[in-house]
Design a binder for this molecule. Structure first.
Ligand SMILES: O=P(O)(O)OC[C@H]1O[C@H](OP(=O)(O)OP(=O)(O)O)[C@H](O)[C@@H]1O
Ligand SMILES: Nc1nc2[nH]cnc2c(=O)[nH]1
Length: 190
């Protein structure tokens, strides 16, 4: 299961972004290039482990959540909504602060309304800063978050989401050291 994802992660280079050990991988960086068979493996797996019947829209965050979330949208016929890093000044736009282990920014949600049922699909959860702020903002809109799925997880930042009653599905959990990436857990394994 998830063989392409696991083997590609093991070969990921690691660079320093300040003090942060940042792994570089096609799914989370688009670098050097994205093998469509890898995206298909991941989106098929998400489709299998998620109840898509009640989902109105698949929500993802610019930029690197988009390839997998879009593949899932194509496969299921469920629309895709992208949380953007720039404002559109449309009525009802919701602004939130994003903080990761190496960056700070602002995200903007458009196109969602009270009662919408969504799943979130993102490429990485690390400090949990991005998804925590996003789920909080969605709650203020009144959006129902049915599931949160991250392709790759590192560290214990995902625990922050538990405070909000959300237990993210993390497909592959890794450790990132200065020398490389180690696989710690695969979703569905004991
Ligand atoms: O759990 P966290 O510490 O918040 O990190 C996770 C976030 O970091 C990456 O986004 P980034 O802002 O680097 O944007 P990108 O997708 O444009 O590379 C990733 O896509 C997640 O959204
Ligand atoms: N590519 C990549 N994206 C991230 N998002 C949060 N942490 C990381 C990381 O180490 N690498």
């Amino acid at each position: 299961m998830l063989e392409r994802l696991k083997s590609s992660l093991i070969n990921s280079p690691v660079i320093k972004r300040g003090e942060y050990n940042y792994f570089i991988h096609p799914i989370s960086d688009g670098v050097p290039s994205i093998d469509p068979r890898l995206v298909e493996e991941i989106s098929d797996y998400i489709n299998k482990i998620t109840d898509m019947k009640r989902v109105d829209t698949i929500l993802t965050v610019e930029a690197m959540g988009i390839p997998v979330a879009n593949a899932l949208s194509l496969k299921t016929g469920i629309p895709l909504t992208i949380v953007r890093k720039r404002p559109y000044f449309l009525e009802g736009e919701v602004e939130l602060s994003q903080s990761t282990g190496y960056s700070k920014g602002v995200l903007y949600i458009n196109g969602l309304k009270r009662g919408d049922r969504i799943i979130i699909v993102d490429d990485v959860i690390s400090t949990g800063g991005t998804l925590l702020a996003l789920v909080k903002a969605l709650k203020t809109i009144g959006v129902e978050v049915l599931d949160v799925i991250s392709v790759i997880g590192r560290g214990d930042g995902y625990l922050k989401l538990k405070e909000l009653g959300v237990e993210p599905k993390i497909l592959v959990t890794i450790d990132v050291g200065e020398k490389g990436v180690e696989i710690k857990h695969v979703f569905g394994d004991q």
